[in-house]
Ligand binder design. Structure first.
Ligand SMILES: NC(=O)c1ccc[n+]([C@@H]2O[C@H](COP(=O)([O-])OP(=O)(O)OC[C@H]3O[C@@H](n4cnc5c(N)ncnc54)[C@H](OP(=O)(O)O)[C@@H]3O)[C@@H](O)[C@H]2O)c1
Length: 284
């Protein structure tokens, strides 16, 4: 069975390829794709096949999907460009006769109102309309989104606009493992999987960073407008700051809270917890 992974040069995709191999996929059955040729060369050292693909280059997609049984479309990183890019991938998969298309979406993509959900919802629609058997891997937040902020939390506290909402974040490694399981499974077609780890609030995040570090860490909830201004003041572009504030508002509505148990069931073990991840982050 030939499995193509798009975005394999990225952080999640590399982990999916590693997990596929760990779970017994033959390296020659795996095709890792992306634009970055240096990263593809690194991936090739594990024995997998590689192909340079660009979502803007239909011929590159057609060549990579030739003979593919399953394709994992890892959502692109160019927010605002993703619907046409993902549509190009779906069109190429359809033309190549791919048997199953798996897509890394976002929690509650069908109903979530946060700005980031729009392209995922539209992509899911395009995939459904293509008629290709599909699996939606609706990932909640990456824990790493917060782990990279731990030094800031220690200095300035945790600041957000979540109104105490819960966040079912999990590590990229756990989401990648779930994707590998779904890629290798016989029964994942037709499934919409809501994936996430044990949920926490920003107050619980601050308390955990405080507990692990032994330092005081505050948690402050502000309005979305205030958060946008704070992020712009910290150097983020206005548009990106607004997208992040919109995501926090969505958290306040429960849009990144997941209680299905799908992630634990797929990977066959409890996902890494916030505390474990912060302990690893702060380990000397
Ligand atoms: N759940 C969350 O908290 C969260 C957070 C951030 C992002 N995301 C989403 O999850 C995806 C995977 O996360 P990640 O951490 O692995 O992101 P990442 O490290 O930025 O990787 C993105 C991947 O997409 C590929 N890509 C982007 N544009 C492309 C194009 N036009 N044509 C071909 N390939 C393209 C990149 O390929 P090259 O590097 O080779 O160009 C790279 O392999 C992101 O792209 C984003 O949609 C989710």
């Amino acid at each position: 069975m030939t499995i193509v992974v798009t975005g394999a040069t990225g952080q999640l995709g590399r982990l999916v390829v590693e997990s596929l191999l760990r779970r017994g996929a033959s390296p020659t059955d795996v095709v890792a794709t992306g634009r970055d040729e240096a990263r593809l060369a690194e991936l090739a050292t594990s024995g997998v096949r590689t192909a340079v693909t660009d979502y803007a280059d239909a011929a590159s997609l057609a060549a990579a999907f030739q003979g593919a049984d399953r394709v994992l479309l890892i959502s692109g990183s160019e927010v605002g460009q993703r619907l046409p890019q993902h549509t190009a991938v779906v069109d190429a998969a359809k033309a190549a006769g791919v048997g199953q298309l798996l897509y890394t979406s976002i929690s509650h993509a069908d109903t979530a109102q946060m700005a980031l959900a729009t392209e995922h919802r539209e992509t899911e629609r395009v995939i459904r309309e293509s008629g290709i058997p599909f699996t939606f891997l609706r990932n909640s937040w990456y824990l790493e989104n917060y782990l990279s902020q731990v030094p800031t939390h220690l200095e300035h506290g945790v600041v957000g606009a979540t109104r105490g909402g819960r966040i079912s974040a999990a590590t990229r490694a756990d989401y990648a493992d779930a994707a590998a399981v779904a890629l290798l499974a016989d029964d994942s077609a037709g499934q919409v999987l809501e994936l996430g780890g044990p949920s926490f609030t920003l107050a619980e995040l601050a308390a955990t960073v405080a507990s692990v570090s032994g330092r005081e860490v505050t948690a402050t909830e502000v309005s979305a407008e205030e958060l946008t201004a704070i992020l712009v003041g910290a150097g983020l572009p206005q548009g990106y700051a607004q997208v992040l504030a919109s995501a926090d508002e969505g958290i306040g509505r429960g849009e990144l809270e997941v209680n299905t148990g799908d992630l634990e069931r797929l990977i066959g073990r409890p996902p890494t917890t916030l505390r474990e991840a912060i302990e690893q982050t702060l380990a000397p």
